[in-house]
Design a protein around this ligand. Structure first.
Ligand code: DAH
Length: 344
């Protein structure tokens, strides 16, 4: 081909390219068109391959046109891509957002029934000015038993089937050792509740080897048994939202004197219907123990038993949960079965 023919060919390729990419609207298509013209086997490259056969002075003239055409194709590509970018940004900005559409709902979990009950119980006492105290679950024999008036050969040790983890270490059998730890750490007056898990070698429909307790302790001057009863009645009525009564039956715990077992009126039948499964027709359900702090306990923690008086109580939030929601088997509280737990 003559030099002029090559130049004409290049000029026509330039126009052809402009026509070809004008209607394109994707980067992929534009890059493909670019390759068809400038790629190794592209139309422009094919023309340039023929330049080798030209005389040097002609080669220069054709080369200049070829370079111009290449630059023009690349310029067109850049311009076209810029346009696409701009159009995409504009589309994005003018997109209509309906702010009245409902949001995407995310599945929401909730607290375990026992956590709810523990929180409700604690809240009733913090309203009354009680602080929350805690203690370790692996406890010394001394805190769990001795300091609470239960020496090594005390017959009351048999009341609780204990898991021993060492010669003088136990899994705490009750939350009462938190009374001891609190009194050792602080001077009276004291007003605390201590929620937590405890362990006993017990396992049936109403007993789990791990269960929860809520301990209470109030130490001050001239505390009376009626103060204890008032606090417990208030608690039961607030927790169950009914005008239920409580009754205190004389009982023995080594760390209180006098001691009592706490019953509340059956939240289901209230009167003791013969068919009531919850109270078995008696009208009363046991919810814990309580009493006036035994002077022997004060002596163990270095409080003057002549100067200080107090009451203590221990309740079972598991029991509370079962009573409030009519749950028949304590295992359900610890099995982590979502079909059960989702109901609360
Ligand atoms: N610690 C006792 C138990 O687990 C319950 C108890 C009874 C706690 C009387 C007390 C109390 O604080 O005064 O069986």
């Amino acid at each position: 081909m003559s030099p002029q023919a090559l130049i004409d060919r290049l000029d026509s390729l330039e126009k052809a390219f402009a026509d070809e990419i004008a209607p394109l609207s994707s980067e992929q298509d534009i890059r493909a068109a670019q390759a068809r013209f400038l790629g190794k086997k592209g139309a422009v490259s094919e023309v340039m391959k023929q330049m080798g056969k030209l005389a040097p002075e002609d080669r220069k003239a054709v080369g200049q046109v070829a370079n111009r055409v290449k630059a023009s194709v690349e310029g067109e590509v850049a311009r076209k891509l810029g346009e696409l970018d701009e159009a995409a940004r504009a589309a994005d900005l003018s997109r209509e957002v309906d702010v009245t559409l409902p949001g995407r709902a995310r599945p929401r979990g909730h607290d375990h029934l026992l956590s709810q009950v523990r929180r409700d119980c604690v809240a009733i006492f913090t309203e009354l000015g009680f602080d929350v105290a805690e203690g370790p679950q692996v406890e010394t024999d001394w805190h769990n038993f001795e300091a609470l008036g239960t020496g090594k050969d005390h017959p009351a040790r048999d009341m609780q089937d204990t898991f021993y983890v060492g010669p003088d270490l136990v899994l705490r059998t009750h939350t009462s050792p938190v009374q001891i730890r609190t009194m050792l750490a602080e001077a009276p007056p004291i007003k605390i509740v201590a929620p937590g898990v405890v362990y006993r070698r017990d396992d049936d429909a109403t007993h789990s080897p791990m269960f929860t307790q809520l301990e209470g302790l109030l130490v001050d001057r001239e505390v009376r048994f009626s103060d204890l009863k008032g606090v417990l009645v208030h608690f039961v009525r607030r927790f169950f939202g009914q005008e239920l009564d409580i009754r205190l039956r004389p009982s023995y715990f080594p760390f209180v004197e006098p001691g009592a077992e706490v019953d509340m009126q059956c939240a289901f039948c209230r009167r003791g219907d013969s068919g009531c499964r919850v109270c078995k027709g008696t009208g009363w359900v046991e919810i814990g123990g309580a009493g006036m702090v035994d002077p022997v306990v004060f002596e163990h923690v270095g409080y003057d038993p002549e100067a200080w008086t107090g009451f203590a109580f221990g309740m079972g939030p598991d029991r509370m949960a079962m009573l409030r929601h009519g749950v028949g088997d304590i295992k359900l509280l610890y099995d982590a079965d979502l079909r059960f737990l989702r109901q609360f």
